[in-house]
Design a protein around this ligand. Structure first.
Ligand SMILES: [Zn+2]
Length: 362
């Protein structure tokens, strides 16, 4: 009798465990499918092992392209390398900041927690003394990987441009040629904002997922600036992002995603899908829309700009299960050096940039 009762219990427990297993599998399949079909931004990630980084993709004519990037050079590393690059432009030996950062990444295996100032000092010194970086990294597969990956992230950041000296003066001599940061902070000058590194933090609206972007807390109505020039690929309502804009860099490698824009007037009047924008243009206004399948709903408690940066090495990655989103915390800090002054047009109620810019191709 007793033995039979135990057996019965055992069978019941086994049965319940089986149901739990089936339910878990069902829900995980469902959530993956949901992610694929409904959400293309602000979403998913998969875990990859280090050795998967440059694996060929069989289904795509055996094309090889980078499938995974973790971008974690700190603000200090970015700033120092950038300044060395800018300073070197007037000298015979030019220093390329992307190569410097990629070299350090190849030494640290991509982990910038291992960064030491002396390492950068030594590298910069060697380069200034005429050493060639390609000789230093002979046969380093890691270096080529990081150079390609970081070039995709930072490729559009430094270069030559002309900027207006004075907005009132339309004279052609009123332009100043410069070499430096030609990308801008996503928040207009003098408008306050705060942020911390929230990349990968968990989000639960819809389904549990990591935060694949960067949040800048700012008041509703704060002008949002296009970080880099590019083509507007997406606009309008998205269940997660609310009123959003997606801008693709001209080299097609970077997709900037700006979300939760203001209710009722999310965009600058000139903004239209398919149009191009210039780095530093006002594109919209901070708000708290999103988290609703219904349009124009304020479902986010605190107004903020969500900005995301997706890397695209192959078009098949753009809306896929393997999207590569970059942590923008250090980059946003770097961009604070370049904030755009704006003025309000009382007729259109839009803000516009004070000084125009021409990006010069090398
Ligand atoms: Zn966000």
């Amino acid at each position: 009798m007793f033995v039979i009762r135990i057996k019965k219990r055992f069978i019941i427990i086994l049965f319940l465990a089986l149901i739990a297993l089936i339910a878990t599998v069902y829900f995980s399949i469902n959530s993956v499918f949901f992610a694929d079909s409904n959400v293309n931004e602000e979403t998913k990630t998969e875990s990859h092992s280090e050795d998967e980084k440059v694996e060929p993709k069989e289904t795509n004519k055996n094309k090889k392209f980078i499938k995974y990037v973790e971008f974690n050079p700190t603000y200090e590393v970015l700033e120092r390398a950038m300044n060395e690059d800018i300073k070197s432009q007037e000298k015979d030996i030019k220093i390329n900041w992307i190569e410097v950062i990629a070299y350090l990444a190849s030494v640290y295996g991509g982990d910038f927690k291992k960064y030491k100032n002396e390492d950068m000092d030594k590298l910069i010194n060697d380069l200034k003394n005429g050493e060639n970086i390609d000789n230093k990294v002979k046969n380093s597969k890691l270096y080529s990987y990081y150079k390609e990956a970081y070039s995709a992230v930072l490729g559009g950041f430094l270069g030559k441009y002309k900027i207006q000296k004075n907005p009132e003066d339309k004279d052609s001599n009123n332009w100043e040629e410069k070499y430096g940061l030609k990308v801008f902070s996503p928040i207009a000058k003098t408008f306050p904002f705060c942020h911390y590194d929230d990349f990968g933090a968990s989000r639960s609206y819809g389904y549990s997922r990591p935060h694949l972007g960067h949040d800048l807390m700012a008041a509703t109505g704060t002008p949002v600036i296009a970080v880099e020039s590019g083509t507007i690929e997406a606009m309008g309502w998205n269940q997660y992002g609310g009123w959003r804009i997606g801008i693709r860099s001209f080299d097609k490698k970077r997709y900037y995603y700006y979300a939760h824009l203001r209710q009722n007037k999310p965009y600058h009047t000139d903004i239209e899908e398919g149009k191009t924008v210039k780095a530093g243009d006002v594109i919209g206004y901070v708000g708290r829309t999103g988290y609703s399948s219904k349009e124009n709903v304020n479902n986010i408690s605190q107004s903020h700009l969500h900005i995301g940066l997706e890397l695209i090495f192959d078009e098949s990655q753009k809306e896929s299960n393997n999207e590569i989103w970059v942590d923008l915390y250090a980059i946003t800090k770097l961009l604070e050096k370049n904030r755009v002054a704006v003025i309000r047009d009382n007729h259109t109620k839009d803000y516009n940039r004070k000084l125009d810019i021409h990006i010069l191709e090398d």
